[in-house]
Design a protein around this ligand. Structure first.
Ligand code: NAD
Ligand code: GLY
Length: 368
């Protein structure tokens, strides 16, 4: 992993995965800048996959840049929402590719947040056994997490993200200006995924976030550029070391075990993923404290940071038994034993189990 700065002050973060390596472009004005698109695979067809919200805002600008580089530029607008991250909607992408006789060199451009990115990446991994794709991440969550690292998936009625593939993009483009149109709740949810990188990997980054709360809440581009860059550097380091989550990569799921239980228990969409992860991180921090690895000062510090970003800090009252039941179907669970990402020192995480009664106490302490 390395970071460099071009003359346009655009940041490039490199994800080193041998022949699957790529750059993450982070900056302002990137959608309209030629060098965002230079060097990508050329082909007869580019297909921009977006949704009915993001497409009207940005698809034509992207299409203008792609037009001189591809024989034809097609756009497909999918319905917007997590509820459409499913096999039926995925099939709309294949329908279009086949109806337009797109060949195996066709390049897919995912223009949107994590839902569009995950679905387009999965479509790219399967169409004709694999075509190249590019992530143009337009939510904060996508810019700091979902667009990087090659996890692609759709949901199944019996489980979230259960049908998918590891499939890396050719490039990730994070134009910070696209965040200006993001709804406040979606923006705050993205901040939660940035917060996670401090406790698990970089204690100084947690301090930096505390010092830049106001600027981040105001969507200040200088603060955002650093927050997105540092998040991507950390994610690139972790994924570069453990692409397929044999071990280390699991730390990126700090707060996610409790968080997934909140999302599933409340019905997908009621709590945004980042909101649930925020409370989940607090519960995981509390569990780390009860295991004697961290102190209560760390839990308070994390609570203050999460709260200052406008995120909830109290989980829904599903009852400990329901939380535990939901957490047993987590992808990290092994033979029914729930495994949590816990903090054993600030800037370092490990995956471990904990007694059910202790977990129940933690849930009671952090839910209404
Ligand atoms: P999302 O893709 O649903 O986007 C949130 C909302 O913002 C949508 O309504 C979208 O249309 C809208 N939107 C997107 N960009 C916009 C913009 N610039 N201006 C205005 N509106 C805009 O949600 P998300 O939070 O980006 O992603 C969540 C998804 O990401 C989940 O499905 C989750 O499973 C997945 N995810 C994947 C990974 C991974 O590693 N692949 C990691 C974390 C999350
Ligand atoms: N968002 C977790 C991961 O990419 O592994």
């Amino acid at each position: 992993m390395q970071t460099s700065t071009s003359s346009r002050s655009k940041q490039l973060v490199h994800l080193d995965l041998g022949e699957r390596s790529y750059d993450i472009h982070i900056g302002t004005g990137l959608l309209d800048a030629a060098d965002s698109w230079d060097g990508l695979p050329r082909s007869a067809t580019a297909l921009i996959v977006t949704n009915t919200t993001v497409g009207p805002l940005y698809a034509q600008r992207v299409a203008r840049q792609l037009a001189p580089r591809y024989g034809r530029v097609l756009v497909i607008e999918l319905p917007d929402g997590e509820a459409y991250k499913d096999a039926a909607t995925l099939n709309l992408i294949y329908d279009r590719l086949l109806a337009e006789a797109c060949d195996r060199k066709t390049v897919l451009f995912a223009l949107g947040g994590g839902v569009i990115g995950d679905m387009t990446g999965f479509a790219a991994s399967c169409y004709m056994r694999g075509v190249p794709f590019v992530q143009i991440a337009t939510t904060l969550l996508a810019q700091v997490d979902s667009s990087v690292g090659g996890k692609t998936a759709i949901n199944h009625p019996l489980g979230k993200n259960m049908i998918g593939a590891f499939y890396q993009p050719q490039r990730v483009i994070c134009d910070l200006e696209t965040l200006d149109t993001l709804a406040p709740r979606e923006y705050a949810a993205g901040l939660a995924e940035i917060i996670k990188y401090g406790p698990i990997f970089d204690a100084e980054f947690m301090t930096w976030m505390e010092e830049h709360q106001t600027a981040l809440n105001a969507r200040d581009k200088t603060a955002l550029a650093y927050a997105v860059q540092r998040s991507c550097e950390i994610k690139a380091a972790v994924v570069g070391a453990d692409e397929r989550e044999g071990g280390l990569r699991a730390i990126l799921n700090f707060g996610h075990t409790f968080g997934h239980a909140i999302e599933a228990g409340m019905g997908y969409g009621a709590w945004l993923h980042g909101e649930a992860v925020g409370v989940g991180m607090l519960m995981a921090a509390e569990l780390s404290a009860r295991l004697g690895w961290m102190d209560q000062a760390f839990v308070s510090r994390l609570r203050h940071l999460i709260e200052s970003m406008g995120l909830p800090v109290v989980g829904p009252d599903l009852g400990p038994a329901r939380y535990l039941e939901l957490m047993r179907v987590d992808k990290k669970a092994e033979a029914g034993e729930i495994r949590f990402v816990l903090i054993d020192q600030l800037g370092h995480a490990k995956v471990a189990a904990a007694p059910d009664d202790m977990v129940a106490e933690v849930i009671r302490a952090h839910s209404a």
